[in-house]
Design a binder for this molecule. Structure first.
Ligand code: 28G
Length: 649
C-alpha cells in the first residue's frame, strides 16, 4: 500500500511533532480514499467497520486472553464492541511518544503483523484495523480496564480530543476493551446497520474460533434482540450446521488439526446425500472463495488417501480407474481453516492464497490424520468410497450426455436455444436477458421488449431442482440446457465469465408463492453452477407490480401493500378507485408488462447480492429450502419469516 511511509515503525527517528503531523496526514488519506481501505463506502463497507474492530478482539481471543465479545447496535446506530481481554496497553509507546492505545487508533497500520508478542492472525479485509475505523467515524470512544483502573479517550474524525485519561477504578481482576463508534455519514452511503448481516458474519467468526462466545444485541428493538454464538466444537459444529436439512452419510465429523512450518491447520468434514460440494476455506478467519494452496493441499490429500483406501480394501478393483477429486467431493461439506503469519494473495483479484508452505502443511496433516481415521472407522470409510464410486459412474454417464449434446448442437449449426428471442446488439454490456416463467408471459414479453438490447427466454413450468439431481439428469433437462447455452459462459470448470452474453440476467416470475418458488429454483441453479454470476452482481429479480389502481382514467401501479395504501391515501379513499390485484404476469398485456416491469426507465429491479462473508449461509439457505427434510425447512422459514431479505436473497 502506498502509505507505508506513514507507518511509525519506519519513522522511529522523527520527533514527536513530526509524528503528529504524519498521523493526521495518514488518517486524512483514509478519509480521502476510504474505498482503498475498506473496499467501498456502501452498506458493505459500513459493516466492515464492525468486522475490523471485532477482528482485533478475536486476535486477543486467539492469543488466549479473551473469551467473550459483545457487539451492540445502539439506538442511535452507533456500535459498541466489548471484550474481556487484557485491555489495550495504556503505557507510552516510545517510538511514537504516545500511549499504545492511541497508537492503535491513530496510526495507520499500527498493531501490525508482529506487534506485541503474538502475531496478528485474524485481521480485516485489508488488515488495516482500528485507525481506519477511527478515521471514518464521526466519533469513536475507547475505554480500557487494566490493573484496577479505567482509562478513556475520544476521537472525532480521527482527531484525538484529549490525552488518555483515567476515569475510574475497577476490580483488578476485570480487564478488557470497550470501543464505541459512530460512522461518519459524510463518508458512507448509509449508516444504518443490518442485524442479519452482522449475525451471519459473527456466527461464522464464532464457528471459526472455538470456545469464543460472541453476543450480538440490537438495542434499536424493544425488547432487545439478542443472539449468542458459542461453539465448543468450532468448525466441527460449523459442518453440522451446514449439513442441517441434509441426510448425513455417517455419524462422525472427520476432524484434522495440526501445525507445520508455522501454518496452523484445521479441517472438518462430513458427507451428505446431496450431490454438491459445499466446501469453504478460510485464511486467518477470512473466507477465500477462490481457494489457493491450502485448498490444493486439502484436495490432494483426500484424493490420495481415499484412493489408497479404496484400492487396499478392494472397493476399487485393480482394473478400475482411480477416483477423481470430484468423485470424492460429491456431497461433501468441509471447512478448511488455516492460520498463517504472512499470507500472500495472488491471482487477478489477489484473493487466492499463494503460500506454498500452506499446501504442504494441509496435505501432510490431512493425509496422516485421515488415513488414521479411515482405519479406525471402516464402516464410514466404506460408505464414502462406495458413494465416490457411484459418483464416478454417474460422472461417466454425464460426460457421455454432455458429449452428445455438444455433437447435437454442432449438427444443428447453432448453439442458441430455439425458444430464445435474442437481442440484436452484440455488446454484452448493453444486453439483458429475461428468464420468464410460462409461455404466455413469455409471449407478452417478446412483444413488449426492446429488441436491440432485451432477449427473452421463456421457460415452461418448474425447472429441475438441482439440489436433488445428479449431473447426468441436470444435463438432460431442456430448460437448464437452454439457460446454459443462452448465457454463453459454460459451467463449472469450463465457466468463463468473459463469454457472458448479457450483463443483466433478469429472472421474471409471478409475484406469488409459486413465482417465488420458481425464482428460488433458478437461483439455486445459478448458485450451484455459476456462482460467479451472482458474486459479480449480474443476476437480478424483476419486480412486477402487485396492484393496478385506476381513478378518472389515470393509472398507478403499486409494488407492495404499503405503496398501495400510500397511493390510496393520497387519492382519497372514496368509491372512485378501481383496484386490481395482479395474480400473475399473464394478466398483463404486452404494453402493461413493458411499462411496469421491463422498461429500464420505470421498472424496479432487485440485484441478487452475495457478500463473500455470506457464502456458506447462502449455501445453507438453498439446501434447506430446496432439500428433502421438512423440519429444518419449517424451522428456517419460521426463523426468517420476519426477515424477508433472507428469503428473497
Ligand atoms: C473491544 C473492541 C476491540 C484488544 C488488546 C490487547 C493487547 C493489545 C489489543 O496489544 C499490541 C502491544 C504494545 C503497541 C497485548 C494487551 C499485550 C499485552 C495487549 C480490541 C501494540 C496491541 N496486553 N485487546 N491490543 N500493542 N481488543 N477489542 O481491540 O504496543 S486490541
Amino acid at each position: 500500500m502506498s502509505d507505508e511511509k506513514l507507518n511509525f515503525e519506519l519513522d522511529s527517528e522523527s520527533e514527536y511533532g513530526a509524528d503528529q503531523i504524519q498521523i493526521l496526514e495518514g488518517l486524512e488519506a483514509v478519509r480521502k480514499r476510504p474505498g482503498m481501505y475498506i473496499g467501498s463506502t456502501s452498506e458493505r463497507g459500513l459493516h466492515h467497520l464492525v468486522y475490523e474492530i471485532v477482528d482485533n478482539a478475536v486476535d486477543e481471543a486467539l492469543a488466549g486472553f479473551c473469551s467473550h465479545i459483545i457487539v451492540s447496535i445502539n439506538p442511535d446506530n452507533s456500535i459498541t464492541v466489548t471484550d474481556n481481554g487484557r485491555g489495550i496497553p495504556t503505557g507510552i509507546n516510545h517510538k511514537a511518544g504516545l500511549p499504545a492505545v492511541e497508537v492503535v487508533f491513530t496510526v495507520l497500520h499500527a498493531g501490525g503483523k508482529f506487534g506485541g508478542g503474538g502475531y496478528k492472525v485474524s485481521g480485516g479485509l485489508h488488515g488495516v484495523g482500528a485507525s481506519v475505523v477511527n478515521a471514518l467515524s464521526e466519533w469513536l470512544e475507547v475505554e480500557i480496564s487494566r490493573e484496577g483502573k479505567v482509562y478513556k479517550q475520544r476521537y472525532e474524525r480521527g482527531k484525538t480530543m484529549y490525552p488518555l485519561k483515567e476515569v475510574g477504578t475497577c476490580d483488578p481482576e476485570k480487564t478488557g476493551t470497550k470501543v464505541t463508534f459512530f460512522p461518519d455519514d459524510k463518508i458512507f452511503e448509509t449508516t444504518v446497520f443490518d442485524f442479519e448481516t452482522l449475525k451471519v458474519r459473527l456466527r461464522e467468526t464464532a464457528f471459526l474460533t472455538k470456545n469464543l462466545k460472541i453476543t450480538l444485541r440490537d438495542h434499536r428493538d424493544f425488547p432487545v434482540n439478542e443472539r449468542v454464538f458459542h461453539y465448543e466444537g468450532g468448525i466441527k459444529e460449523f459442518v453440522t450446521y451446514l449439513n442441517t436439512g441434509k441426510e448425513a452419510l455417517y455419524p462422525e465429523i472427520i476432524y484434522c488439526e495440526g501445525e507445520k512450518d508455522n501454518v496452523y491447520v484445521e479441517v472438518a468434514m462430513q458427507h451428505n446425500d446431496s450431490f454438491n460440494d459445499s466446501s469453504y476455506s478460510f485464511v486467518n478467519n477470512i473466507i477465500t472463495p477462490e481457494g489457493g494452496t491450502h485448498v490444493a493441499g486439502f484436495r490432494s490429500a483426500i484424493t490420495k488417501t481415499f484412493n489408497n483406501y479404496a484400492r487396499d480394501n478392494k472397493i476399487l478393483k485393480d482394473n478400475e480407474p482411480a477416483l477423481t477429486g470430484d468423485d470424492i467431493r460429491e456431497g461433501l461439506t468441509a471447512i478448511i481453516s488455516i492460520k498463517i503469519g504472512e499470507p500472500q494473495f495472488e491471482g487477478q483479484t489477489k484473493q487466492k492464497l499463494g503460500n506454498s508452505e500452506a499446501r504442504g502443511a494441509v496435505d501432510n496433516i490431512v493425509s496422516e490424520q485421515l488415513t488414521y481415521f479411515l482405519e479406525q472407522h471402516p464402516q464410514t470409510a466404506k460408505a464414502i468410497c462406495e458413494k465416490s464410486v457411484l459418483a464416478q459412474r454417474a460422472r461417466e454417464a454425464a460426460r457421455k450426455a454432455r458429449d452428445l449434446t455438444r455433437r447435437k448442437s454442432a449438427l444443428e449449426g447453432t448453439s442458441l436455444p430455439g425458444k430464445l428471442a435474442d437481442c440484436s446488439d452484440k455488446n454484452p454490456e448493453n444486453c439483458e436477458i429475461f428468464i420468464v416463467e410460462g409461455d404466455s408471459a413469455g409471449g407478452s414479453a417478446k412483444t413488449a421488449r426492446s429488441r436491440a438490447t432485451q432477449a427473452i427466454l421463456p421457460l415452461r413450468g418448474k425447472i429441475l431442482n438441482v439440489e436433488k439431481a445428479r449431473e447426468d439428469r441436470i444435463y438432460g433437462n431442456a430448460e437448464i440446457k437452454a439457460m446454459i447455452t443462452a448465457f454463453g459462459t459454460g459451467i463449472h470448470e469450463d465457466f468463463d465469465i468473459s463469454k457472458l452474453r448479457y450483463h443483466k440476467i433478469i429472472i421474471m416470475t409471478d409475484a406469488d408463492v409459486d413465482g417465488a418458488h420458481i425464482a428460488t429454483l433458478m437461483l439455486t441453479f445459478l448458485y450451484r453452477f455459476m456462482p460467479e454470476l451472482i458474486r459479480q452482481g449480474y443476476v437480478y429479480l424483476a419486480m412486477p407490480p402487485l396492484f393496478k389502481i385506476e381513478r378518472n382514467k389515470k393509472v398507478w401501479y403499486a409494488y407492495s401493500d404499503d405503496e398501495r395504501d400510500r397511493i390510496l391515501d393520497e387519492l382519497g379513499r372514496d368509491g372512485n378507485n378501481k383496484i386490481q390485484r395482479y395474480k400473475g404476469l399473464g394478466e398483463m398485456d404486452a404494453e402493461q408488462l413493458w411499462e411496469t416491469t421491463m422498461d429500464p426507465e420505470k421498472r424496479v429491479l432487485k440485484r441478487v447480492k452475495m457478500d463473500d462473508s455470506e457464502m456458506s449461509e447462502i449455501d445453507l439457505v438453498f439446501s434447506t429450502l430446496m432439500g428433502d427434510k421438512v423440519e429444518p425447512r419449517r424451522e428456517f422459514i419460521e426463523e426468517n419469516a420476519k426477515n424477508v431479505t433472507n428469503l428473497d436473497i
